[in-house]
Ligand binder design. Structure first.
Ligand SMILES: Cc1cc2nc3c(=O)[nH]c(=O)nc-3n(C[C@H](O)[C@H](O)[C@H](O)COP(=O)(O)OP(=O)(O)OC[C@H]3O[C@@H](n4cnc5c(N)ncnc54)[C@H](O)[C@@H]3O)c2cc1C
Length: 490
């Protein structure tokens, strides 16, 4: 077997794992449906949390307390401690490999306040933090000559006698199914917020493929009901306006011009307050006009561009219409403190995993931290895994069945409807009754899958086929989301 560590997903978690595995001498291969610079990590704006020497009044203990409080006391203190203690080293490492963090006048790494804390704890690069991190990680991967298979979609895992031995991939460019054997596999495919199609800050292709594949292979998943709704998605496009806008003093106003919530409470509380205003027939706005053009251009340049481009509103001049939208998946593939799943030699890291550091509600700035801190750990741990013999039989994945069918229902229409139903019935103000209705709707949708299929029967670059494979996974993830939400709601 000539691959030691096969990494599926080329976002921040995957690339951090790749760099640490490679540094420790592994033969590494990184697979991605798209390209590293298009991963969700590139969209992160607000910052990455860490307590540094110059953090005024803050401490690692306070970082841990804020994280656990925001999580509704559902985070695992041991995992939170590990992440928060790693944080200063993570920033030092990112700085050393070239991430251009914004600086204070005396040259120290600048930090700002996000929600759920009193402290300026988030390190940032203007509001391009994730983009700068992923570009730097990718540069370093290229420098280390780490191999990439871009435009390859994970189709299935190879699991024999409770041990993961590789993966089946679809080569999107050439239309071929490939089998890759590897001593270990790290899943780093990001979250499943994309299933809330049209009502999410996420890329729609972030639909939790690996979670669906894990469920099908009997790999344990946990807390799939824990989806975070971000308070400030733009009203018509759902594009995110970062929490750093509220951290800098942005106000939330209803259509009567009243403030109705403390803007810097944890996200779930702020989202709930906004959703209630909207349910009562009011519009809600994020007002940063008082911060002034110079401050906005210096600290929130991307937010201004996004607002003008997607909402047609310049935040320097007018308040922005907003609504809460699905943003982050706290639940995912269950992992232990080594980031290993319930299947041997299969690891999961980043937003696709449930490492129990966020509980029911993630603190802003803690995801970028988790993906790098635990990504580095996952790469190192994977290399220490026991070695097992390579599979002796051939593996394949039957796509003919999809090609042979003539579709009677347009699945793209169903995909949009699924997003709307998830948001309306399974969103911020979900109830037991609405969840039951959602679950029934998903079962009905699932029963119609046989009538859906692809229109493009071409072999190469068939994005219609990729979209359909992913839509089938989305239905499974949506069903698990509704099921686990129903299990816990009172
Ligand atoms: C708009 C926005 C702003 C954010 N701002 C912040 C912030 O300021 N601070 C913070 O801490 N967090 C922030 N977050 C959250 C954070 O960016 C993400 O949680 C984090 O980047 C996830 O990293 P990841 O490596 O786990 O996954 P991703 O970066 O999503 O990467 C997943 C990778 O897996 C690949 N993939 C997916 N499915 C498949 C498949 N089937 N086969 C092959 N490859 C696949 C994708 O192509 C991608 O390369 C933000 C999120 C968004 C959407």
């Amino acid at each position: 077997m000539n691959i030691d560590v096969l990494i599926i997903g080329s976002g921040g978690a995957g690339l951090s794992a790749a760099l640490s595995a490679k540094k420790n001498g592994a033969k590494v291969l990184v697979v991605g449906e798209s390209y590293p610079t298009r991963s969700q990590t590139s969209m992160a704006q607000g910052g990455i949390n860490a307590v540094l020497d110059n953090s005024k009044g803050d401490s690692v203990q306070k970082h841990m307390e804020d994280t656990i409080k925001a999580s509704h006391n559902l985070a695992d203190p041991k995992m939170v401690k590990m992440m928060c203690e790693d944080a200063p080293k993570v920033i030092e490492w990112l700085d050393s490999i070239g991430v251009p963090f914004s600086r204070t006048a005396d040259g120290k790494i600048a930090q700002r306040r996000l929600g759920g804390t009193k402290y300026e704890r988030a390190c940032y690069s203007q509001d391009y933090t994730g983009l700068k991190i992923i570009q730097t990680l990718f540069d370093n991967c290229l420098k280390e000559q780490i191999e990439f298979l871009n435009r390859h979609l994970l189709l299935d895992l190879i699991v024999e006698d409770g041990v993961c031995k590789g993966a089946l991939l679809f080569d999107i460019k050439n239309g071929e199914v490939k089998t890759l054997f590897s001593n270990t596999v790290i899943l780093a495919t990001g979250g499943y917020g994309g299933i809330f199609y049209g009502y999410t800050t996420n890329n729609h292709s972030q639909n939790g493929d690996s979670i669906a594949i894990a469920v099908k292979n009997g790999v344990e998943v946990s807390n799939l009901n824990f989806v975070q709704f971000h308070p400030t998605g733009l009203k018509s496009s759902s594009v995110l306006i970062s929490e750093s806008a509220r951290g800098a003093g942005g106000k939330l106003l209803n259509s009567d011009g009243e403030r109705f919530v403390d803007e810097l409470l944890p996200r779930d509380k702020v989202s709930e307050a906004i959703a209630k205003e909207i349910k009562n027939g009011k519009d809600v706005f994020l007002d940063i006009t008082h911060l002034g053009e110079d401050f906005i251009e210096e600290n929130l340049p991307q937010e201004r561009k996004l607002a003008i481009f997607y909402e047609g509103v310049d935040p320097v001049k007018s308040p922005l219409p907003i609504k809460p939208v699905a943003h982050y998946s706290m639940g995912g593939i269950k992992v232990d403190e080594n980031l290993e799943t319930s299947v041997k030699n299969l690891f999961a890291v980043g937003e696709c995993s449930d490492s129990k550091v966020h509980g029911a509600n993630r603190l802003g700035g803690n995801s970028l931290l988790e993906i790098v801190a635990f990504g580095l750990r996952a790469g190192e741990n994977a290399l220490k895994a026991e070695k097992f013999p390579e599979p002796q039989r051939e593996y394949g994945f039957d796509l003919e069945e999809i090609f042979d069918k003539e579709p009677k229902i347009n699945f793209y229409k169903e995909q949009k409807e699924l997003g709307k139903k998830l948001y309306e019935l399974g969103g911020v103000l979900k109830t037991k009754e609405s969840l039951k209705e959602l679950f029934e709707y998903i079962l009905d949708l699932e029963s119609k899958l046989d009538l859906m299929g692809i229109y493009d029967k071409g072999k190469t670059l068939n994005t219609n086929l990729v979209d359909f494979i992913k839509f089938k996974n989305s239905i499974l993830v949506a069903k698990e989301y509704a099921k686990s939400s129903l299990e816990v709601i009172k």
